[in-house]
Each structure stands twice: as C-alpha cells, then as structure tokens.
Design a binder for this molecule. Structure first.
Ligand code: ASP
Ligand code: MG
Length: 401
C-alpha cells in the first residue's frame, strides 16, 4: 500500500462532468489499496473571474482581502469533488488550506509555505477517508487566509507529499506530460518519459506552462518524484526526478517565451560603477533582469542591453530615463516584439557543439540572433517575436528529426 498525492488543475475540474471524471481517477487509485490525498485548483477560469470581480469594485483593494476572495475558488472545487466521490460510494472529506495544516508567511497573494502540519490529514486517512485539500492557500501566523501566488496549487501538492513522505506525487493536467516542444505548434514533438529536476526547473522558468517552478524547486529539495500526466486521457506521463536512468539526451526540450522585452541604455560613460547603479534602480522596483549584454567601450562610452518581463517595461523605462539624464548617457530604447527561444538539456554539460548546432538551425532558417545567454544546461537566444514559432520548429528539427 502506498500514499499517493494527486493534484488536479483548474481545467481538470472545470465542470460537473470533469469533476466526476476526477472522482473516478481518485477512487480507482483508492480502490487499488492506496491512501490518497487529493489537491485541487479552482474550477476553470474561476480565479481570473474572482480577480475581475475584485477589480470591478476596488482595483486597489488590500492584499488580505484579495486573498480572502481568491481562496474561495478552491473551496468550491474541493467540496464538489468530495460530493462526486460520495456519489461513487466512497468516503471523502474536503479540507481548506488551514484545516489541512498549511502554515505560510504573511506575504498576502504570494505567501511562502513554512510548514505543513499534516496531523489532521493523517487522522482522516486513518478513518479511511479520501482527503481532498484546497490548493493555493494557507494561514499566516496572524490567523489570516493567504494564497501562494498564481499556479500555486502544484506547490501545495508537493508540500503535502514532502510532509507526509508520500510515495508518489501525480500532477494531472490537460496535457499528457512534458514534451520536446509545444505539441500544439510542433508536429513531431515527443512526450518525454523522464526529465531531471534541473531541466524541468529551467523549462518551468522559461515559460513552459506544465508545472509551477516553485513546485519543482520544492520537489528537488525534498526529493519528491513527480509524474505529470493527463486527467483526460489514460496514458503514462513524464516522471520528474533527480537523475534520469537513461543516457542523458543531448537536449530535452525547446521552449519559447514571448513574455519578454529588450531594453538598451546607450552611451553610458565608460567608468566603473554605472552598471551596478543602473541595475540597483531596477531591483529597487523588484524588476527582474534576465539576459544582459554590455558592449566593449569605445570613445569613452558603452551600451548595456538586457531583457525583462514584458509587463514591467513602462515602469523600467520610466525609472531609467530619469536616471540616464543624471549620468549623461544617451538614451533608453526598448522593444517588446521579441521572444526568447531556449534549448534545455542535461546532456550539453558533457557535449561540445550544442550551441553551435542551435545557431546553425537558426542560420538555416535565416533568423537573426539579437542576444545569447547560456547556463550549464540551457542556451537561450533573443530573436524577433515574429520568428519565434519558426525558430522553435527549426531547432526542434535539427535536434530530434
Ligand atoms: N487557482 C489558482 C490559480 O488559478 C491556483 C492554481 O491554479 O494553481 O492561479
Ligand atoms: Mg488555475
């Protein structure tokens, strides 16, 4: 007998039929003799709808009240799922985050899980209940309801798996697993049977929408094996774990992120300390910088170009324009019609020529590279957004065909 944590995302519980479908997956697992803890997200677009409702009344509402509202989405889905399981003749109990022992920081709308006191969940399992827990929420030390940030119920599921030493944590979603590229865009994309935590972490950060990156971080930290699989189609998914037993693939996946913008500050005086000051201005506004490129100085001047998330461009440009005047730099330019295309693979640590092969694919497709950045297991290029899908297909063909 095993303890299995199963997490279902919003699309998997979007309507009554899908809730019944989830109930049958869960009860099948239970009927095989396993203890089951289920974590669910809010149904379909519920969370977005709740945010709209709040904005209609007060877009500047306090974060405490936003959390109070947003947490309601998951209360609906857990109770409906419990009712569906009862209908199938099994015993289930639904628990809100605080009832399930989720203690979090008090950073409303982006709280961190501090501890999961799983004693109530254990008591319910001892009573032979299937336990259904509201994802995405917890309680601060002040006794207020908190939420973990968008997509946070993956992290709730992994936290329960860690606290209870679960044997497996299954993340059910509307895709069948992790693919070598987005299967809706690239015809030959293949489902991966396994991927390492580090590769998955890069992919989650690079815009692949399958798993929330905090959940992967936590799974790696506590060595929780994850399986990403579909709730709609019976098939094995992708296992995310420390090291894959197979020979390392040269690259595992090609990812695209169009949520980026490029900013250049030109004609910066070529003296020490200005890069430090410039990026300090951005970090003071909590604006994350990704790829950075600095030109070699000429005529006592240099340029710095970098990328940030698209929705922070206006703020960044405004703050830098004011600063640029004080240091006598030329101007601040930006472009938000760019995309970042990346390859991720543990195999590139031990193989030469991977980046060159990627660049060759881009050259063959006549796509110009604006910026490049690398890590041990990732190569990213910044290109024109209009070329992004073509680039992904060309790179995927180069490595996988
Ligand atoms: N319902 C929350 C959201 O939409 C949490 C989640 O889906 O994981 O962000
Ligand atoms: Mg959701």
């Amino acid at each position: 007998m095993s303890l299995i944590v199963q997490k279902f995302g919003g699309s998997s519980v979007a309507d009554a039929e899908r809730v019944m479908n989830v109930a049958s997956i869960v009860t099948d697992t239970y009927a095989k003799g396993n203890d089951v803890v289920v974590v669910v997200s809010a149904q379909g677009d519920t969370t977005d709808d709740l945010i709209d409702k709040a904005n209609e009344i007060n877009p500047k509402a306090s974060k405490r009240e936003k959390d109070m509202l947003l947490a309601a989405g998951e209360q609906i889905s857990i109770s409906l799922l419990a009712m569906a399981i009862e209908k199938l003749g099994y015993h289930a109990v639904s628990l809100l985050g605080w009832q399930a022992g989720f203690e979090t920081s008090s950073a409303h709308t982006s709280a961190r899980i501090k501890r999961v006191d799983a004693s109530r969940i254990k008591r319910e399992i001892d009573k032979k209940n299937i336990v259904i827990v509201a994802g995405f929420q917890g309680l601060s030390k002040y006794g207020d309801i908190t939420t973990l940030g968008r997509g946070g119920s993956d992290t709730s599921a992994v936290a329960i798996a860690a606290a209870m030493h679960a044997d497996l944590c299954q993340i059910f979603t509307d895709v069948e697993g992790v693919y070598t590229a987005d299967p809706r865009k690239v015809k030959n994309a293949m489902k991966l049977s396994e991927i390492s935590y580090d590769e998955m972490l890069e992919l989650a950060t690079l815009g692949a929408q399958v798993l929330n990156n905090r959940s992967v971080e936590m799974a790696k930290k506590y060595n929780i094996e994850l399986e990403v699989l579909s709730s709609l189609k019976k098939a094995s998914g992708t296992i995310v774990k420390e090291k894959s037993k197979m020979e390392k693939m040269l690259i595992s996946s090609v990812a695209k992120d169009t949520d980026v913008a490029r900013i250049s500050v030109t004609g910066i005086p070529n003296v020490p300390g200005l890069a430090f000051k410039l990026f300090t201005k951005l970090s003071a506004k909590d604006i994350n910088v990704d790829i950075i490129l600095q030109s070699i100085g000429h005529d006592g001047k240099k340029d710095i170009t970098f990328t940030i998330a698209k929705d922070r461009v206006d703020e960044a440009v405004e703050c830098l324009k004011a600063y640029v005047e004080t240091i006598g730099a030329n101007e601040v330019l930006y472009d938000d019609t760019v995309a970042k295309v990346s390859i991720v693979g543990a195999g590139m640590e031990s193989h030469a020529g991977v980046a060159a092969k990627m660049f060759e694919a881009l050259y063959d497709a006549q796509i110009n590279i604006q910026m490049i950045s690398t890590s041990e297991i990732k190569v990213s290029v910044l290109i024109d957004a209009a070329d992004a899908d073509k680039a992904v297909s060309a790179i995927h063909a180069k490595f996988f065909d």
